[in-house]
Design a protein around this ligand. Structure first.
Ligand SMILES: C[S@@+](CC[C@H](N)C(=O)[O-])C[C@H]1O[C@@H](n2cnc3c(N)ncnc32)[C@H](O)[C@@H]1O
Length: 221
């Protein structure tokens, strides 16, 4: 199979109301479940904005911003009026205006170099409002605690991500996968209180995967 087909297959799977649409719907359920009334939602590392666009469609009265460090040419002519897209320099989310009530981080932090992981989350923290409706929602691959299984998962994740990102789309990227314990400790160090964390398996991802995924629902301490 030609590697050039991979982005097309990915786009086709996403259009089929796959994990990305479910991710947006899950986040909106969370927002409604906590009776939050955000004015601004930011999707940092939004990629092609498949999730961002769905959030904007579901919450038409909320300003939704997609930010990425790479220009994925994500904006479309028929996008909803409440959806915006910006390409920003790494670690400058904290300087963007307006500040976000809710930040969505879907599969982004494992692309941040380990030496920058704390700086990355502190920048996210700086870009969020301080009110009671402020939340960070993170959906991330989760490595097992078992060291043998963890090695196997790391090899599979690296292979799949290499094919999707580097070989198919020439995207140079880092891979820094987390166990749940390591990510919980990092969130705490970055100034977040984790209100809850849930194993969501693979239901919010588009492509099949060996490992499970966790959502972290947090607020600023
Ligand atoms: C696996 S993709 C996820 C895209 C999107 N969140 C989704 O769920 O479809 C990871 C994205 O994170 C972006 N990214 C990597 N490092 C970043 C950083 N330091 N700040 C913001 N975005 C970053 C990449 O350019 C890429 O678009």
């Amino acid at each position: 199979m030609s590697l050039s087909l991979i982005p097309e297959i990915k786009a086709w799977v996403q259009k089929k109301k796959g994990g990305h649409a479910k991710h947006a719907e899950y986040l909106v359920e969370r927002i409604r479940g906590d009776h939050l009334q955000p004015g601004v939602i930011a999707d940092l590392g939004c990629g092609t904005m498949t999730v961002t666009r769905r959030i904007a469609e579901l919450l038409g009265d909320v300003e939704v911003y997609g930010y990425d460090v790479k220009d994925h040419a994500a904006k479309r002519d028929d996008d909803p009026a409440n959806l915006r897209y910006s390409v920003i320099e790494p670690f400058t989310f904290g300087q963007q205006e307006p500040k976000a009530d809710i930040v969505n981080l879907g599969g982004v932090i494992h692309h941040v170099d380990q030496k920058d992981e704390l700086r990355f989350l502190q920048d996210v923290h700086a870009g969020m409002t301080d009110g009671p409706d402020s939340r960070l929602f993170m959906h991330e691959h989760t490595l097992s605690a078992n060291p043998w299984r963890r090695r196997m998962e790391t090899v599979c994740l690296r292979t799949v991500e290499f094919l999707i990102n580097e070989a198919a789309e020439s995207m140079l990227t880092q891979y820094n996968f987390y166990t749940r314990e390591r990510l919980l400790a990092l969130l705490d160090r970055a100034g977040f209180e984790v209100l809850d964390h849930e194993d969501v398996g693979t239901r919010l991802v588009t492509l099949p995967s060996l490992n499970t995924n966790t959502v972290y629902w947090c607020r600023k301490k």
